[in-house]
Design a protein around this ligand. Sequence first.
Ligand code: GUN
Ligand code: FE
Length: 455
Amino acid sequence: MKNYARVFQGTAFTSLSPNEVAILEDHLFCINDDGMIEEVVAPGASDYEAIVQAYQDTEIFRRLAKGQYLLPGLVDLHVHAPQWAQSGTALDIPLYDWLNTYTFPLESRFADITFATAVYEEVVGTLLANGTTTALYFATIHREASLRLAEICAAKGQRGLVGKVVMDEPEQNPDYYRDADTASALADTERFILEVKRLAKSTKQGVYPVVTPRFIPSCTDEALRGLGELAAKHDTHIQSHCSESDWAHGYVRDRYGKHDAFALHDFGLLGDKSVMAHCNFLDDNDADLFAKTGTAISHCPLSNAYFANSVIPIARWHAKGIEIGLGSDLSGGFSPSLFDNARQAVISSRMLEDGVNHAVPAAERGVPNSRITIDEAFYLATAGGGESLSLPIGRLAEEFAWDALIVDVSVPGAKLPLFHEDESLYDIFQKIMYLIRPEHIREVWVQGENVHARR
Ligand code: GUN
Ligand code: FE
């Protein structure tokens, strides 16, 4: 038997594919010194009893209590950390107005490192408490404050992928909130990449720099090209907004005579480590390009309902082989919870399939075969996010990081509705997915370390 750093014994739910949830009843999860899952052992396997005997009286053994279950940590593929400060407000105007009236003024305040630190401390803590163990963040244009966000992720133990946002286009961005010029936007980005890579060496879970053109309208061609080159030179992840709203989509068509996907590709911004948020206006050619380049989609169902009046066809893009994960898009999406977004993904998909529109005859309603299940939404929030980032996260399986949630369905005052002893584990899984709140998330683990506990 190997030496393990920790051994957990309990029942876990983990996604195998969009349509398959594995229920691992009373399994052992053996974690090594690097925080990776070295072995998953089923009851009845030859070494199961031996491992229990060897570890059960030690401090590193953990038997989950009755009512407790393991889930993989959640992967948020699109979150604007500074916008936590305005979450829950200002969602009744279109994207363009929202950016200029609320969002750019707020983000400009992150020049103040004290203000930035206060907001970033809270948003990272809030996301962890909601079960998000990995987050792909947009920060702001400010290099120093963006680095502070990465430092806070490092200190709190969250796997943060952080982008200093680039906005250098003089016509499209306000004077008070844009990069001074293209050269400084690129120089700041490169310095930021090197600083985060240095910081990452001091962490167990990893923090990562992300090349981040906000969206095509906010950047000059020179910046977009330079960012593609920087991402290739330093082998970083890339993120942006792609074909999000009528306005943004139309702007790119007017500027280049093509869709965002092809424009981004021209600048070297698509690839296996690229994650594009929203993608509401993707057509089949765009989708084929995503599949061919390995570019992933961050599906943001709450935000898409507000800013794009849109539902993307998950099943159709999965059939093309595109990797898809889930994004909260704070604060375009009002909730920091990926569980809320998973629920919305299911609800929105049902509206797409057959939503009632009294102006349209029943026979002309909706898009057939669009609905997704809660199992598929679980996949998006976990395994799909891990695949999109090309990181070994999002599954409770061997050779994946021990990023895990211990949820408790019998928290006093917040019990989930479980009234009979023989409730199936699959029913319990569904109730967790639909009803869980932060108070049920008792512990959060990242890379083998306990980073959040609620007693
Ligand atoms: N497009 C450009 N910037 C943003 C942003 O901050 N949020 C959303 N939802 N879309 C954007
Ligand atoms: Fe966004």
